[in-house]
Write a new protein. Sequence first.
Length: 273
Amino acid sequence: MSERSLIDFTNLAETLWPTATAESWDQVGLVSGHVQAPLTKVLLAVDAVAATVEEASEWGADLLFTHHPLLLRGIHTLDEETSKGALLAQLIRNRCALYAAHTNADAPEGGVSDVLAQRLGLAHAVPIVPGADPAAGIGRRGFLPEPMPLRAFAELVSRVLPPTVTGVRVAGDPERMIGAVAVLGGAGDSLLDHPLVRDADVYVTSDLRHHPAQESLEQSAASHGPALIDVAHWASESLWLEGAAERMRAALPEVEFRVSTLRTDPWDFAVGA
Ligand SMILES: [Zn+2]
């Protein structure tokens, strides 16, 4: 078997999730590491946080590959009394590189929203906001093979996603029949007013805030609009990791790809529900 280097991963990642297709505000690609370093073990996770960095170190990973960029906004120190300084120092000491594929991994076929649509069994799914490649873009809108009540659909969502403290929160009549479904993995406030979302029977996304959610529901009561399903941000994006690992295993069979089983959703417990 031929030896693999980090550059084999970065080349592959560039074909699967071209960095040029990321949003202009995003920061994707190689964060730390040397492209000539040997590559035998890659850990995939949604977030680079203390728990996943520790997991990568314990396993002896050469690369931690995350969805969220650790360095999205400028930092000015690697002081190890800062959380990001400590994480990067630990990674570098353990010869573990760090790489992120974020909005460039949201949009394409097999991307975060596409996988969510597939796992919910949506047919004829198309991007809500198409990109330059019309098969890619932000979010997906498709149809259930058979319409079902909102309550049953919410239970399907809950079975598909890994469990989290906040679970699956639903706004709408539980008996309402659901056929057309809009999904957006990660924070989805921005598409609440999109015509393809307004026209759907339900919108599944994360991080819906009080005012945008309430205004959308009031508008739906006045005319047609979707029921809302709010799921944990981490959960909605975590489904993407296994498919990404499979595609990379196929291209780099000499390298071991492992998906972290750690839950990096920030919430630990809930009371009073
Ligand atoms: Zn996200």
